[in-house]
Design a protein around this ligand. Structure first.
Ligand SMILES: C=C(O[C@H]1C=CC=C(C(=O)O)[C@@H]1O)C(=O)O
Length: 370
């Protein structure tokens, strides 16, 4: 893939639009669309840095964009104002009861010693309608005021003339590659943060000691270790997880560092091998994908995919596409999921997913009551 062509007419809908990923932002000058697995197999040689996103389903095409960097205005994010879109209605997919039933059925499947499933991550969605068009960059700005996340906002060609926007703030690093050095920092196992300091410390300690959350976490760490080990001369995996935070959540996290045998291993090959990990899918992968398809009455699309950049030196940084919404005009679809193991309690998983919506609800100005 040299200087990039536009394989689909729809790609033109994103040219000239801005994108943002953490501190980097720019105007899209060129784009390329392909499934991650195809790009990995082709071993693309890039002439410049490309930013992009790939969907949860790895056979579906994602997007890579070349941008002309533009400085981000250093303005503090403003709360939603009267001039901005106001939430009108919210629909849950499935209902909270429906989600709880799916969690119960999946936990029973994992608990069955005769079955292969060890973990599945089940998500639910919120469909929001607003009184006027949403401003995706204002939403990303608000999300980015949390220093523990990488906020993002990028356009995706839609079926219509207008693009859709993938907006969110992820706390999870899937893969960073700098020369021969690689890092993955998976998260799995969660607790809602509390306003009051002693309650927050209690929530954190309970998470660290929770057998159910540690089981959920270990599945992810083992998976990533097993995928990366054949590529690595050294790979270090701490024996126990640490606690990572966002403004609204505690997570169990493990920082996995490796040195590649061959520094020229394509960044996208490693990414394609890793994605999707059991932080968003489950284990074994094919059984988890079946459980997800049976439980979720919507398409994940880019939620639980991966987004980031890769450059001409074959370095890159890719995040798990979490805590996000797809925004299109006056509509937004928000996503949140939770890892289900044998000990998962359906109502606790409803509450955990509710907590994972908090950041996006605040950024969109959606009241808890809606
Ligand atoms: C699937 C999500 O979170 C993942 C990342 C951190 C903790 C998770 C958990 O505790 O279940 C999930 O694996 C989500 O936010 O939608």
């Amino acid at each position: 893939m040299s200087e990039l062509a536009f394989p689909l007419a729809a790609a033109a809908t994103c040219l000239g639009l801005s994108l943002r990923l953490g501190a980097q932002s720019g105007v899209i000058e060129a784009s390329h669309s392909a499934p991650l697995s195809e790009l990995a197999a082709r071993g693309p040689s890039l002439t410049r840095r490309m930013y992009g996103a790939f969907p949860f389903k790895r056979h579906l095409p994602g997007w890579l964009y070349a941008i002309r960097p533009e400085p981000k205005q250093a303005q503090p994010p403003a709360p939603p104002s009267a001039a901005e879109a106001r939430p009108l209605a919210l629909q849950r997919l499935p209902s909270q009861d429906g989600y709880a039933r799916a969690v119960g059925a999946t936990a029973a499947q994992v608990a069955d010693p005769a079955g292969p499933l060890r973990k599945a991550v089940l998500a639910r969605a919120l469909d929001l309608r607003t009184d006027r068009a949403l401003d995706p960059f204002a939403v990303a700005d608000r999300l980015g005021s949390d220093p523990h996340v990488t906020a993002y906002c990028l356009p995706l060609p839609g079926a219509h003339a207008e693009p859709r926007w993938l907006v969110g703030a992820t706390p999870e690093l899937l893969l960073r590659k700098t020369g021969a050095a690689i890092r993955s920092h998976p998260l799995a196992g969660s607790a809602r943060r509390r306003e009051e300091a002693s309650e927050d410390a209690q929530a954190k300690a309970a998470l660290l000691g929770s057998e159910k959350d540690n089981v959920e976490h270990r599945v992810v760490v083992e998976y990533i270790h097993d995928i990366l080990a054949p590529y690595c001369a050294t790979l270090s995996v701490p024996a126990a997880p640490q606690l990572d935070r966002t403004a609204s959540m505690w997570h169990l996290g493990t920082c996995i560092d490796g040195i590649l045998r061959d520094a020229d291993t394509p960044c996208l090959e490693l990414l394609a091998a890793l994605h999707p990990t059991p932080a968003v899918a489950g284990a074994p992968l094919s059984e988890a994908l079946r459980a997800i398809a049976a439980a979720e009455p919507f398409e994940r699309e880019f939620y639980a995919g991966t987004l980031g950049w890769v450059d001409a030196r074959n370095d890159g940084e890719w995040h798990v596409t979490l805590r996000c919404a797809m925004i299109e005009g006056r509509a937004a679809r928000l996503f949140a999921g939770a890892g289900i193991v044998a000990a998962s309690d359906p109502q606790a998983e409803v509450a955990e997913t509710r907590a994972k919506f908090i950041a996006m609800r605040r950024a969109l100005g959606i009241a808890e009551s809606l």
